[in-house]
Design a protein around this ligand. Sequence first.
Ligand SMILES: [Zn+2]
Length: 411
Amino acid sequence: MPLFYDLYGMSWQYLHADRIFPVASDPVRDGILVVDVAGKIDALIDPAHSPEDHHAVLLREDIRKVKGALVPGFINSHCHLELSHLKEKIAQGTGLPGFLKSVTTQRQADRELIRQAMMDANKEMEKGGIIAVGDISNTSDSITIKQGSTIRYHTFIEAFDLHPDYAEERFKSALELEAEFISSGLTASIVPHATYTVSDSLFRLIKEHAGHAGMPICIHNQETEDEDDLFMTGEGELARFLFATGKYSHWNPTGQSALRSTLPMLPVSTKLLLVHNTFSQSSDIQFAMNAVPDLWWCLCPAANAYIESSFPPLEKLIQHRSNIVLGTDSLASNTALSVLHEMKIVHQYHPELTFNQILKWVTLSPAEFFGWNNQFGSFEKGKTPGVIQLIDEKSDHGEDYFNATEISRLF
Ligand SMILES: [Zn+2]
């Protein structure tokens, strides 16, 4: 690879691409991205703004012409590496209760098989241009894979148990697991699983801890219509499934939606990510935004299609000017761990949204949520965001790259 060593001994690479998406500013046609050998962004030369610089750099012998588009590395805001071995094991379109039942019964498997599936999933994400992931874990199984990965992981240690008598015990286990991740050089935070699987006592412990730790947290929210029925009336398929487990004798409907019932239990001093929100109503969105100052909404469109055959209320979230990010969820409820595929599904439902708009939800927005925006999320001077090349063989000069046939990480 040709390199230019300037007078100061620094070596730079000049990447000349058909289209560059800096994300923090408008896309640039025919631009040149200047990066150092470690992938740190030095400049983006836009021929429309700096024609002379652009012309001078174009004359360099060491300029590297790259096909297609350059985008910052993708961030997958919601994944469960631990469920990777359930790929193609769970039937599609069963609804959440059917899905939960299948995951519970099939989750146990040979440890080596689980480990291999996680390794494959990690590799798939690396190849797909993903440079950072928010990953839910219930065990320490993923630690070595995360340590050896080029992907930066933040692990959400998931705690759940509806019986208040077990709150202390469950929380203690979560604390131990969190410590194990942190002592392995990884970041982690303890989070409640979902609106309907955590007792008030366990919620309290998690909230108190999150307040001290100051790390981002998340919770699965309104993934099925039955979730609201459960809280409103104690009826519906999810209620029947949960009550049949015999663990819900302490539980009573609140007469309010799942989100309204749960929000008071969640910390407001840290960043909160609500995951799925497939059936969140406009009134819930407004209520939540008033209640939580640093609120984020994660959509997992492919998983919603897989489990519930539905699509989240994106239009309402945009109307409310919500902070939006995207996630793949796990291979138990998705056919691939591809952020680009999630973007494509969003665009199929909302063709009025541009590639650049949706790109923000998998780059700069999640970088802000996870507190990584000094490093990731955009082509801005001083950042090392990963440089991803997208090639669309069918249309090299298009406005969008949803159908990119090749994804390569250049830095
Ligand atoms: Zn999930």
